[in-house]
Design a protein around this ligand. Structure first.
Ligand code: GLN
Length: 481
């Protein structure tokens, strides 16, 4: 089924502006696709279809009246359900926020709306972003559109699956340790985790705020650029945000020095290894120099990530006391000391595990042994990477060490689940930008290449990704007839 829902965001805007089709016609094509596949994928937690349809009509009205429809005029966007949307329920895939309706928009949402984007609904995730498969969603898991028996990756699994399947044209995800790049890789779409501070986190419900960024998941590099230029920039509501120059699509590529991270290749499955090596051969075709390196402090990445992320989570999640929002628990029936613990039984197993680990590593006596040590290791890794970026423009490797896997394969053992994040957490610890680009398939399952750059060097990521995208020209749409 190909149609208007298959178009990329920049084609949608051009088509509407040129009068090739109306915003409503394109919108109907997206909804038709959604109705056809959603019962199998479960990408969405909440849909706001009526409101979205009226927004499409407003776009058509504006066009008739010769008014500006905005850079994203009419484009249907899905939003990970941990990003606050005024008037649309925002659950974080948690029972504890089941009925929470924010009274304000996150800055990224405000910016999308100001530019004419249409918010279709809220996408599934692992509860509060903790996980790599969406199996930890308190509602239901999302299925991989390339093979419904397989996980779509996570935590932004809904964001990856929906874009791949044409249920929306682009989506926003959040990435604390790989949550944009992992589903992008598993669903054969492009996902960018921006430099820490490039995009405002105001309105993103915090999991581990020193690590996370909001970023786009799209079906092309060009769309990533379009969304990034709208959501990036200084925001007075987020003191860690910074202004940055816009990124562009350049047709001419500089001769970049690129290093392949050998350790990440060595730790990968054979099919992944093969595909990444054959993709990296294209780098010389597009005029780049390729070298191979090792990262000395790589072994510290995963332990320090899980120590710091859990510590921050335990502090950030302390606010869920059911007092200002939550579900109906008649307080009169409780003794003062059992209410809080009963409320917090509504967290899922993984979230409780993180809170326990986090409280432990922050507790007196263990704080310097674990938390401070993890911070020190994070600095070592960051310094090493920054030094490497003095020599190389870009570092590359597989986004994920393994192919997408079946439901239930990792969920029985948290360590197995944590290990799949080994390649992605590096960029969050160092605060650097990283993109996942689809480069191949094995047995019908997608494989993504991860490219990392120095802070605020997104332009380099885009330049090389765009060139590679043209050189590889990969299939982007799963068959879900
Ligand atoms: N899988 C990682 C975790 O569970 C990363 C999640 C994310 O980036 N939100 O922490």
């Amino acid at each position: 089924m190909s149609g208007l829902h298959d178009l990329q965001a920049y084609e949608v805007v051009e088509g509407i502006k040129q009068g090739l089709f109306s915003a409503e016609e394109y919108f109907s094509s997206v909804i038709k696709t959604l109705e056809h596949v959603e019962s199998r994928l479960h990408s969405f937690i909440t849909l706001d279809t009526d409101k979205a349809l009226s927004c499409a009509k407003v776009i058509d009205g504006k066009l008739k009246a010769n008014e500006d429809i905005g850079q994203l005029g009419g484009v249907v966007v899905g939003i990970k359900d941990n990003i606050s949307t005024k008037g649309i329920r925002t659950t974080c895939a948690s029972k504890i926020l089941e009925s929470y309706v924010p009274s304000y928009d996150a800055t990224v949402i405000q910016r999308l709306k100001q530019n004419g984007a249409i918010i279709l609904g809220k996408l599934n995730l692992d509860e509060f972003g903790m996980g790599s498969t969406t199996e930890y969603s308190s509602y239901y898991p999302t299925h991989n559109p390339w093979n419904l028996d397989y996980v779509p990756g996570g935590s932004s699994g809904g964001s990856g699956a929906a874009v791949a399947a044409g249920e929306c044209t682009v989506s926003l995800g959040s990435d604390t340790g790989g949550s944009i790049r992992c589903p992008a890789s598993f669903c054969s779409v492009v996902g960018l985790k921006p430099t820490y501070g490039r995009v405002s986190r105001y309105g993103l419900i915090s999991y581990a705020n020193s690590l996370e960024q909001i970023g786009p998941i799209c079906r092309s590099v060009k769309d990533v650029v379009m969304i990034m230029n709208i959501i990036s920039g200084k925001d007075n509501k987020d003191d860690t945000s910074m202004s940055s120059s816009p990124i562009t699509i350049n047709n001419k590529l500089e001769k970049f020095e690129i290093a392949i991270i050998k350790d990440l290749i060595d730790g990968s499955d054979d099919e992944v290894k093969r595909t990444i090596y054959s993709a990296s051969e294209k780098f010389s075709d597009i005029g780049c120099m390729l070298d191979e390196i090792s990262i000395k402090h790589l072994n510290y990445a995963l332990p320090s990530y899980y120590t710091l992320a859990s510590a921050e989570a335990s502090s950030n999640l302390a606010r869920y006391d059911n007092i200002r929002y939550g579900f109906n628990l008649p307080i009169e029936e409780y003794k003062w000391d059992t209410y809080f613990s009963d409320v917090r039984k509504n967290f899922g197993e993984e979230v409780k595990r993180r809170i326990l680990i986090g409280s432990y590593v922050l507790s007196s006596g263990y704080y310097s042994k674990y938390y401070l040590k993890a911070r020190g290791l994070r600095s070592l890794l960051k310094l090493e990477l920054l030094k490497l970026f003095k020599k190389y423009d870009l570092l590359i490797g597989p986004t994920m060490p393994i192919l997408p896997f079946k439901f239930g394969e990792k969920i029985d053992d948290p360590i197995k689940m944590y290990l799949v994040d080994i390649n992605t957490v590096i960029a969050n610890l160092a605060g650097i930008p990283a993109i996942s680009l689809p480069v191949g398939f094995s047995n019908g399952l997608p494989i993504g290449l991860q490219i990392m750059a120095a802070p605020f060097e997104e332009q380099k990521l885009i330049d090389v990704s765009y060139a590679l995208e043209q050189a590889i020209n990969i299939q982007r749409r799963p068959k879900l007839e």
